[in-house]
Write a protein that binds this ligand. Structure first.
Ligand code: UD1
Length: 368
């Protein structure tokens, strides 16, 4: 049986790593089927710090295919991925492809495969922000509607898919592969030296990430956020690993001058150092999708700078606060955290480090 898993952008790598590992140890699960598991990297993210370092840290083999599509408009990027991925599928003729998350590589590769009669498994299916302004929401809806196996991280995803008319036999609530990676690498995460490199200690800093076009592509919006970050830095050190999109815009809008010496700007960080910083932070301020889940698992307060979340379990039972575009809400929540009254969370159901194992078992069973 031949399977190709697709990775493209930074948040994909920690989701495919545990799947690859699970395919390598089928014997441990008493499965006597030979699976050839290939990895195709579309090249949507290509900087060393956005891609290569993750392969090394997550102990993934060099991708079997690297499509090198790079950046571009949504149409250009999606189209280039489709053209190049079709060539891989013609050559390899896999029985199944696995796509993860909600990036342009996810929809581009699932659409290419399904039209060639190749089955598609979508890992992290069913999440909905109900905000169709987000390119990721379009990617999620389209990918789910054409996938044969939909692996879901939280119960809301099952409900969303059923409401969209997806047959219940295709939907599997399996837990969260990204949390598999986190649990697997905790021993390494504990050994990271990043705190001393940045001269911070547990609890005396907060961590900020910003990259959503809605936050960083508009000058006034980005200026408002940077001014708020400067205000936050009066109470805590701020560590701010800057995404390439955000870096370009900070330079273009001449906003770097608003940063002060309590704000530690870094290049994008590797997985181990980043999670190590999350784990010991006072709180995290972010517009990311996945970080909402990682903070919930680690019990760290997370202020999400978005109006909606496709991961409601992180707000309902986790440590996530949805701040929206109201800085006043962020101030209020930070005050609660700093006065020793943060939101207490629990770990969501099945976020136990075994999601990849469940997925692999289901796939093998369905194919035999
Ligand atoms: C993409 C995903 C987003 C995900 C994010 C994680 C889509 C639609 N968006 O957004 O869901 O949360 O990845 O980071 O798929 N760039 C570099 N080097 C790189 C990659 C990008 O310099 O390795 C710069 C380029 O100027 C590029 C810009 O960043 O134009 C944006 O990259 P792109 O892949 O289009 O989207 P992201 O904003 O990273």
């Amino acid at each position: 049986m031949k399977i190709i898993s697709v990775v493209g952008a930074r948040p994909n790598f920690m989701k495919v790593a545990p799947l690859h590992k699970a395919f390598q140890k089928l014997k441990d699960f008493n499965i006597d089927v030979k699976v050839e598991h290939l990895i195709c990297h579309t090249g949507q993210h290509y900087d060393e710090k956005m891609s290569k370092i993750f392969f090394e840290e997550l102990e993934m083999p060099k991708p079997d295919y690297y499509l090198g599509v790079g950046s571009g408009s949504h149409a250009e990027q999606t189209a280039r991925i489709m053209i190049e991925f079709e060539k891989v599928l013609i050559k390899e003729k896999p029985e199944l492809i696995i796509v993860v998350g909600d990036v342009n590589s996810t929809i581009a590769c699932s659409l290419t495969a399904v039209k060639m009669g190749i089955r598609v498994a979508h890992v992290e299916a069913g999440l909905r922000s109900f905000d169709r302004q987000m390119p990721e929401e379009i990617n999620r809806i389209l990918t789910d509607s054409i996938s044969d196996f939909l692996f879901v991280t939280e119960k809301s995803g099952v409900e969303n898919l059923k409401k969209e008319g997806i047959d219940a036999s295709k939907i599997f609530f399996v837990g969260n592969v990204m949390i598999d990676s986190l649990i697997n690498y905790l021993p390494k995460i504990h050994k990271s030296k990043i705190h001393s490199e940045l001269n911070v200690q547990k609890g005396n800093y907060c961590l900020i990430t910003l990259h959503r076009p809605s936050n960083v592509d508009n000058k006034n919006k980005l200026k408002e956020l940077i001014e708020f970050i400067a205000e936050v830095s009066e109470n805590k050190y701020v560590i701010f690993p800057v995404h390439p999109r955000t870096k370009n815009n900070l330079e273009r809008f001449n906003l770097l001058k608003l940063l002060n010496h309590n704000i530690k700007i870094t290049e994008p960080l590797g997985y181990i150092d980043f999670i190590s910083l999350v784990k010991d932070s006072s709180f995290v301020l972010t517009d990311s999708g996945g970080i909402q889940e990682e903070t919930t698992y680690l019990g760290i307060p997370c202020l999400t700078l978005r109006n909606t979340t496709e991961r409601p379990v992180t707000v309902e039972i986790g440590t996530n606060y949805l701040v929206g575009d109201k800085i006043s809400f962020a101030r209020k929540y930070i005050n609660e955290i700093l006065t020793g009254n943060p939101k207490k969370g629990r770990i969501p159901e099945l976020w136990d480090g075994k999601a990849a194992e469940r997925i692999v078992k289901i796939l093998i069973e369905k194919f035999n």
